[in-house]
Design a protein around this ligand. Structure first.
Ligand SMILES: Cc1cc2nc3c(=O)[nH]c(=O)nc-3n(C[C@H](O)[C@H](O)[C@H](O)COP(=O)(O)OP(=O)(O)OC[C@H]3O[C@@H](n4cnc5c(N)ncnc54)[C@H](O)[C@@H]3O)c2cc1C
Length: 520
């Protein structure tokens, strides 16, 4: 066993918005930030376009934000956590302003506030137009670089938590430089983001493989509501790398139409709100049309001055050879966000925290309110780090186990099985689910697991970091996929992002909150 010499007060896994926020809130404690990627600008955070929701306006309040969040989550969020999130929104923005986050301002110097779907007030703060995530991560990262208490490691894949006597003892990692090693600390904060890569179509980056959730499963910790997977209705259906480009909802707000290949609009068949129906309704409509054999497109030609209003979208379309001013743009619904994760409402081992998309706080319920996830990263990045730093216990002797690489497959086969898994999840546990599709998906995943075990083992002697990481990710994705399907089978109702055609209504069993005057 190789053990790194330094013992840190805290290890933070992930350098997205949640991990970087946590690091900045760690006072003078010695902190190590780890990312499996070669750059610290990684994860979904830099890709965020819309913004950060917070009730900063004089016409707004935490309680209005609370009500909107609960309704969007179809009354199944946790009232205690939603109350905390929405109350901490304004202080979180003030903290960012203190480190010079360049939010967009109005002509009179006020914070410019956008209104997004299901928000009753203009409360979405943005930066650089549609570059909020990139500017947020840059601001947090540059501030963290100034702090002497923070150390950094990139190209280090965190494999597992080491837990003894219900207390954190460190982590096992696979590092590009040193192979498998153990890093000791009494405290670990998991902030590894979402699991979009489990599905064939996703807006999430290649590193979003749900590693913390798989780590939690192996550590016998509880995941909650990971069946709640939000699809974005309009991702550009042209693969460029491992994920799909998001085509913002604002395009439809500005007149873009959803059409079949012959240019016929179809949304009127599904909702009187047509293109402006809620995200889950539009996603299901597109999914239905695709099942009927239609290819689906977005027609951006009705938008005046598209290039100036939506420069990112226009230039990306042109880059992949599509002229949005002249032709229809192919789209598909794509997995965008997971509302569930490692349950932080249960007692966790001493010294363990979880923040950001990897966690289940309970703030999103069955549907995340737009722009609440970056806020969640900021609020819980802070509160989780404060909690774990207040916990203490002894470091004891350990005998860590590393993943077995003796059965590693050829990289080509790993990639093949990864894409098979993504197809199984997208087709059987996608936008519209039912008992038989879910059971079929479960059977196919179990078969896939057997195929992986029985495949020829890699016979070369040149294992690269990328090869090992892909293998470890595949193992994580298979176990997490099975867990996700199991949760989707268990929830016999339809609510928000989880739509079961065999149980099309909500069930009171899963209601958590009622707001006076609202009907559930
Ligand atoms: C295209 C897109 C647009 C979005 N727009 C918005 C928006 O406008 N507003 C909003 O609120 N939300 C938005 N979201 C959602 C939001 O961006 C994410 O939920 C949020 O950024 C997640 O942050 P995080 O810190 O939890 O994780 P991430 O930002 O995903 O970071 C995860 C980190 O963990 C590291 N990591 C993962 N596994 C390991 C491992 N095993 N070992 C070591 N390191 C590991 C990764 O390399 C990365 O550094 C958007 C998401 C996408 C994909």
């Amino acid at each position: 066993m190789v053990v790194e010499n330094t013992i840190y007060d805290l290890i933070i896994v992930g350098s997205g918005a949640a991990g970087l926020t946590a690091a900045l809130e760690s006072g003078n404690k010695s902190v190590l930030i780890i990312t499996k990627t070669s750059s610290f600008s990684s994860g979904s955070s830099p890709l965020a376009q819309g913004g950060i929701a917070a009730s900063v306006g004089s016409d707004d309040s935490a309680s209005l934000h609370y009500n909107d969040t609960i309704k969007a989550g179809v009354y199944s969020g946790r009232s205690d956590q939603i109350s905390f999130l929405t109350k901490m929104g304004v202080p979180a923005i003030e903290n960012l302003l203190k480190i010079n986050m360049a939010f967009d301002k109005t002509g009179s110097g006020q914070l410019d506030r956008n209104r997004e779907g299901a928000h009753s007030r203009r409360r979405v703060l943005k930066a650089g137009g549609d570059s909020t995530g990139r500017i947020l991560v840059k601001t947090l990262y540059e501030e963290a670089l100034k702090r002497k208490n923070i150390s950094w490691k990139h190209s280090v894949f965190v494999c597992d938590l080491i837990i003894e006597n219900n207390s954190v003892q460190g982590i096992t990692v696979y590092s590009d430089n040193d192979g498998f090693i153990t890093i000791r600390s009494k405290r670990v904060l998991l902030a590894t983001g979402g699991l979009g890569q489990l599905f064939g179509h996703t807006t999430n980056p290649v590193e979003a493989t749900g590693d913390s959730m798989a780590i939690a499963l192996r550590a016998n910790l509880k995941l909650k509501e990971i069946e709640m997977v939000q699809f974005h209705p309009t991702a550009l259906n042209v693969k460029s790398g491992d994920s799909l480009m998001l085509l913002t909802e604002a395009l439809r707000g500005d007149g873009a139409l959803l059409v079949r290949g012959d240019g016929t609009p179809f949304m009127g068949k599904y909702s009187p709100l047509k293109e402006l129906a809620p995200r889950d309704v539009v996603s299901r409509a597109i999914w239905n049309e695709m099942k009927l054999g239609h290819e689906i497109f977005i027609d951006l030609k009705p938008i005046d001055d598209l290039g100036n209003k939506f420069p990112t979208v226009s230039s990306f379309c042109l880059r992949v050879g599509l002229n949005p001013n002249r032709e229809l743009i192919p789209i598909t619904p794509a997995v965008h966000y997971v509302m569930g994760g490692v349950d932080i409402n249960r007692e966790l081992p001493s010294g363990l925290g979880v923040a950001g998309e990897a966690s289940y706080t309970g703030v999103h319920g069955a549907n995340r309110l737009a722009s609440n996830s970056l806020l969640e990263c900021l609020v819980y990045g802070k509160s989780e780090v404060e909690r774990v730093l207040s916990e203490d216990h002894e470091l004891v002797d350990i005998d860590p186990k590393y993943p077995d690489l003796s059965r590693i497959l050829d990289l080509v086969d790993i990639d093949l099985y990864r894409s098979k898994l993504q197809g199984i999840m997208y087709n059987n546990c996608g936008i519209i689910r039912n008992e038989s599709s879910l059971l079929e998906g479960e059977t196919q995943l179990i078969e896939l697991k057997k195929m992986i075990i029985n495949s020829p083992i890699y016979s070369g002697n040149n294992l690269t970091y990328r090869h090992v990481v892909k293998w470890l990710e595949l193992n994580n994705m298979v176990s997490l996929g099975l867990s996700l399907i199991g949760s989707a089978i268990y929830r016999k109702e339809s609510r928000g992002a989880h739509y079961r055609e065999d149980y099309p209504n909500t069930s009171i069993r899963w209601d958590r909150i009622k707001i006076e005057g609202d009907s559930v």
